[in-house]
Design a protein around this ligand. Structure first.
Ligand code: NDP
Length: 348
């Protein structure tokens, strides 16, 4: 045996897999412009594979990210990833109506699953994803990047520690003015998980839940459409309240007709806000004690994926488990029912 200069035996430790391999499923706007660039900045995971239904995207991605032929799949053969040790994680970035298909395929192949928000259009699909991950002993996390963002985490701590006393009211909104989308875009399809409430409403829903840390008991809300030629089967705007188990009310709004983006929290002994609260950058705000929450310059998606990869490596629970995504869909369903009943209070 060789001795190192220290006098101790020079033991060769087999190289551990330092970075986990991610396969992005669905190479649309978010995967192309945010997740793939984010995966160039991550420390604990990297882009190793793609799953796509569009053959013309394959050479572009292979060349840009050095992806070998053996790591390229389509939706029909993606189950074969089970035999591919390069890939540790399947990240579903398809429209929400397809998340269950991709996530279950990934879990059944023995891969950890990252699933974009909103988790899936139905509670049955959400449960099926959770069950598939549980049965196959893989981690499941939902792509709620805000829960990884430093100023948001400060606000989550203010709530859990009651830094400014008990929370008395939350007001939160997320929305943008949709324009120029093709008529057949999934964002206008109810089955695909489109509409303001599914696609953007999960931001205020999740924000109301993470800022209070409480369980939602009841909801009420009204869904509306102004541009009927665009929004034929889904809502353009939804205004809703969430009632929590301690009596706190969150007043929420989501829209595909209006730019809105904030999280405001009132407490017995102070207040704080984030404005914007869910943008890719610039998330910052103020606190009643004079603290300024300066925006963090980091790459949100890279931070989220690194945290989630680290949870897998260290075998710790992820920051955003599947149950978190499903709880938001339970609230979405309650708000939809309330709107159908003219804004009546619906117990969850
Ligand atoms: P896009 O419409 O830009 O891309 C979706 C991709 O999914 C398509 O390009 C396509 O990729 C694939 N796909 C497979 N089947 C279909 C189908 N039937 N119809 C349409 N696309 C299909 O959507 P986004 O990238 O904006 O959004 C994808 C997911 O990411 C959604 O769940 C969305 O809510 C979420 N998202 C999350 C964000 C966040 O901040 N966490 C921000 C933006 C989006 P291919 O051609 O490769 O098969």
């Amino acid at each position: 045996m060789m001795l190192a200069a220290s006098g101790f035996p020079n033991i060769i430790i087999p190289r551990r897999k330092e970075k986990l391999g991610v396969a992005l499923v669905g190479l649309g706007n978010y995967a192309t412009n945010w997740l793939a660039p984010g995966l160039e900045k991550t420390e604990h995971c990297e882009l190793r594979g793609i799953v796509t239904g569009t053959p013309s995207k394959i050479p572009v991605w292979q060349e840009k990210y050095g992806i070998p032929d053996r790591n390229v799949y389509n939706y029909e053969n993606m189950h074969e990833v089970a035999n591919n040790d390069d890939i540790d994680i399947i990240y579903s970035v398809t429209p929400p109506g397809l998340h269950a298909r991709d996530s279950i395929a990934g879990a059944e192949a023995g891969k950890h699953v990252w699933c974009e928000k909103p988790m899936a259009p139905t509670l049955e699909e959400c449960q099926a994803i959770i069950d598939a991950a549980g049965k196959n002993g893989v981690q499941l996390t939902i792509g709620y990047r805000m829960q990884h963002e430093p100023n948001t985490q400060t606000i989550i701590n203010y709530g859990s520690e009651e830094t400014f006393g008990a929370i008395t009211e939350v007001r939160t909104a997320a929305g943008y003015r949709a324009q120029g989308l093709p008529e057949d875009d999934w964002r206008f399809s109810l089955d695909m998980g489109g509409g303001a409430l599914y696609d953007m409403g999960v931001y205020p829903i999740n924000a109301a839940r993470y800022s209070t840390g409480k369980k939602a008991l009841a909801v009420s809300g009204i869904q509306s459409v102004e541009r009927e030629e665009m929004f034929r089967e889904v809502d353009e705007t939804t205004v809703f309240d969430i009632e929590f188990n301690d009596g706190t009310i969150a007043k929420c709004k989501t829209s595909m007709g209006e730019n809105v983006n904030y999280l405001e929290v009132d407490c017995e002994e102070g207040w704080y806000y984030l404005r914007p609260a869910s943008s890719y950058s610039g998330v910052g705000g103020e606190v009643s004690d004079g603290t300024v929450l300066e925006p963090d310059p980091g790459h949100q998606q890279a931070r989220q994926m690194d945290n989630d990869a680290l949870a897998i490596k260290e075998n710790k629970p992820p920051i955003v488990p599947g149950e978190d995504g499903m709880e938001d869909i339970r609230i979405v369903k309650g708000v939809m029912e309330s709107s159908r009943r003219g804004g009546a209070r619906v117990e969850l």
